[in-house]
Write a new protein. Structure first.
Lengths: 207, 222
């Protein structure tokens, strides 16, 4: 028996079919199942699909995997601190981090539009244009026009306003200081409480 | 290679700078030399520029209100000089410093950003002035500015003279006033001498002229 049994183009079909069967990764494919650690350690607060129900716990759905990995590693290394996360860190292994990050990154975020339309409108202006007088850059310059983020800057769209606000306040006070290049701290220092609140309200509806 | 050619191509800082108290034109401190010698990569620069575009806007077109200058098409040598001068405190710019400082950008990223910006086409929708004293502005430009900034405002990469063509009028006005009045002290002494006697009206006239100049972006970098 030789390979001439099939004409050459037919062998190509066989090879391509085998490749697709072995690596069924394509747009629109079914979401990967949650790793066990997500079910046992994360889902209780952040939700099975990363859409948590209370603003105490940030939504992780649709967050960039690179950002999630960095945050988890920062928690493990003590570069980011939080009382609730501190209680689960003893059960979190470094080797779990990439799987958790990849899973939540693949989940769609469910935005929660605010009822405070006036604040949201003011927030949109700051988000899109910044504040020229005080030197606040447009947030969208880094976080994307729709708050979608990328590998370098986190998704902020769709997040709970109360959570976003606390993060900005903590960057401003320096309590949170694991931002790359001190850049977010520099931005938050220039923002008023009203501006931070307005931006937080605006972001809630973005997806 | 372009990165090695620069040393021969650029002129050394003018000695006259030393005779201007408080003015430092273009001191070749190590970081500036390092950035000028680095091979900038425009693709990496586009990524690093994400941290800048909140102010300088997408495409580096700046803002018509002059708050942030247009950087698209600017010479890479000029951009490197200005970024490193801001980091060194020689160009005092507290608004920009945290985003360009050593924690935020590496020297290589400065070279990358410069390569990226140099390659960007400046559109023709920049802010211009009132347009009522353009003849005066053209006369002043020909007399005092043209020999360094070029007939069409194209600047001179090898001498670190910026492209002024198509820059926002309000930015040009503010910077010339600051250089004249001592608020910006990293300009060539010749620049200071040129505008020392200008009234605000003259600054406005020449800024309006420059904002309306059009020059193609240079085909090659440093």
């Amino acid at each position: 028996m030789t390979f001439r049994l099939l004409p050459r183009r037919h062998w190509q079909i066989v090879v391509v079919t085998a490749a697709v069967t072995c690596f069924p990764v394509s747009p629109g494919a079914a979401q990967p199942a949650a790793p066990e650690v997500v079910k046992t350690l994360c889902a209780g607060c952040h939700g099975a699909d990363g859409n948590s129900v209370a603003p105490t716990f940030p939504k992780l759905a649709g967050q960039s995997a690179a950002y999630l990995e960095k945050q988890l590693l920062d928690y493990l290394a003590g570069r980011r601190r939080g009382e609730i996360m501190a209680s689960i860190l003893p059960q979190l292994n470094k080797s779990d981090v990439p799987g958790i990050a990849a899973f939540y990154a693949a989940q769609p975020i469910q935005p929660a539009p605010t009822e405070n339309a006036k604040a949201a409108a003011a927030g949109k202006k700051i988000y899109d244009d910044g504040n020229v007088d005080s030197g606040v850059p447009a947030c969208g310059g880094c976080h994307g026009d729709k708050g979608e983020g990328n590998d370098r800057y986190p998704r902020v769209g769709g997040q709970f306003p109360a959570y976003t606000l606390i993060q900005m306040q903590e960057f401003k006070s320096g309590k949170r200081n694991n931002d790359k290049g001190k850049v977010m701290r520099a931005v938050a220092e220039r923002m008023t409480d009203a501006e931070m609140q307005a931006v937080s309200e605006y972001l809630a509806a973005l997806k | 290679m372009a990165c090695f050619a620069f040393a021969a191509a650029v002129s050394l800082p003018s000695q006259a700078a030393d005779s201007m108290p408080g003015y430092i034109w273009n001191e070749m401190y190590p970081e500036k030399l390092q950035a000028l010698r680095a091979q900038g990569d425009a693709k990496r620069g586009a990524v690093a520029f994400e941290g800048c575009q909140g102010c300088h806007r997408a495409g580096a077109l700046g803002r018509v209100d002059g708050s942030y200058p247009r950087l698209a098409g600017q010479h890479d040598t000029v951009l490197i000089k200005q970024m490193t001068d801001v980091r060194a405190g020689i160009r005092e710019n507290p608004k920009m410093l945290p985003f360009a400082d050593k924690e935020a950008l590496s020297v290589q990223e400065i070279a990358d950003i410069a390569a990226y910006l140099r390659s960007l086409p400046p559109s023709t929708d920049n802010g211009v002035g009132p347009g009522d004293r353009l003849a005066r502005g053209a006369d002043l430009y020909t007399r005092d500015c043209r020999s360094c900034h070029g007939a069409n405002g194209e600047g001179d990469a090898s001498r670190f003279y910026p492209r002024v063509a198509g820059q926002h009028f309000k930015y040009l006005f503010r910077e010339v006033v600051q250089i004249r009045d001592g608020g910006r002290r990293n300009s060539d002494p010749r620049m200071l001498n040129a505008v020392r006697g200008y009234s605000n009206d003259d600054v406005s006239a020449v800024a309006d002229h420059m904002a309306r100049l059009r020059a193609p972006i240079s085909a090659v970098g440093k």
